[in-house]
Write a protein that binds this ligand. Structure first.
Ligand SMILES: Nc1nc2c(c(=O)[nH]1)N[C@@H](CN(C=O)c1ccc(C(=O)N[C@@H](CCC(=O)O)C(=O)O)cc1)CN2
Length: 283
């Protein structure tokens, strides 16, 4: 079998950001107000600092204003909720991003739920999860949303396919499975208690690796011709898939870096402009 074709997230993300920039410029021209994303970072986790910086830089490129709220690692859940409620009530803010992960002392769910659904451009609230799961209009969780765009771009229709999602986190694995299900895939979730991960992955026409374990999924477990999406973010830009062996078996595969990561940020920007457009329509 020949090597898999690469699903180039960087190129698709660039196109989405360009289109988003045009929409942002149009809206700013019409209303005199640029779309605005509030980024909220608790503590100083180096990876999170980098991701938020990347998001803010990309906002600048796209003509989206970003307002940064930096809170100390000692912030309590109550203080974080208060800050998020203030941003939710601020009419000059169109979207809110709360960077994940947060300190273990924080109630992450309480914090996410303090984000107004109409500003949940990162797709992390229960309300967004529900609309996304039913395939209804609303904001999607950014990495899973980016994954679906990549599948569409490369002509992969999930309907009738067996999809195996490895990982069940609230912002990645779980919503990725729900989006695939909403597009009529037969979805299996695997996680730390799955008895035989290799056997499950071997059944998959589409594999989504989203567990945060470097090179966990190996080529020998990939069904020949499968589509492999590596959504793992591990130190040193290493994915959850052993690329060198998986590329020999898959038909399509996302690289790390340059696959799912850039799509996450492009989706965030696109949804921020969508939120600003909706706010403008409502006056
Ligand atoms: N609130 C959220 N928190 C987190 C999310 C999220 O979508 N919302 N996702 C991840 C991390 N993440 C964004 O926050 C993210 C990770 C990686 C990339 C990316 O573009 N990576 C590049 C490589 C970057 C580099 O060169 O250093 C790539 O894959 O090509 C973007 C966003 C966890 N937290």
């Amino acid at each position: 079998m020949s090597q898999a074709r690469l699903m180039e997230g960087t190129a698709l993300a660039r196109r989405i950001v360009e289109e988003t920039a045009e929409r942002a410029a149009d809206l700013t021209g019409r209303t005199g107000k640029a779309p605005c994303l509030a980024t909220v970072l608790v503590g100083e986790d180096p990876a999170s600092v980098t991701y938020v910086r990347m998001k803010r830089n990309r906002c600048r490129t796209a003509g989206i204003e970003s307002r940064h709220v930096e809170l100390p690692a000692t912030t309590t859940t109550e203080e974080l909720v208060t800050a998020l409620r203030a941003l939710s009530a601020d009419p000059t803010v169109h979207g809110i991003l709360l960077q994940h992960p947060m300190g273990p002392h924080l109630d992450e769910r309480a914090a996410f739920e303090a984000i107004a659904p109409e500003k949940d451009v990162d797709g992390v609230t229960f309300a967004s999860f529900a609309t996304m799961s039913f395939g209804l209009p609303g904001f999607v969780s950014c990495t899973p949303g980016g994954i679906m765009r990549l599948l569409d771009e490369y002509g992969v229709d999930p309907a009738g396919k067996r999809a195996v999602v490895v990982g069940r986190s609230a912002i990645l694995g779980k919503p990725a499975g729900m989006l695939l299900l909403a597009r009529d895939a037969t979805v299996t979730y695997c996680h730390s208690r799955t008895a035989d991960l290799s056997a499950a992955v071997r059944e998959a026409d589409i594999v989504v690796a989203a567990v945060g374990r470097p090179r966990l999924i190996r080529g020998q477990d990939i069904k020949p011709g499968a589509v492999v999406i590596d959504a793992g973010y591990n130190e040193g830009n290493v994915g959850d898939v052993d690329f060198d062996s998986a590329v020999e078996r898959a038909s399509l595969i996302t690289p790390v870096p340059g696959g799912v990561g850039p799509m996450t940020i492009a989706t965030l920007l696109e949804q921020t402009v969508q939120a600003a457009e909706a706010a403008a329509r409502q006056g």
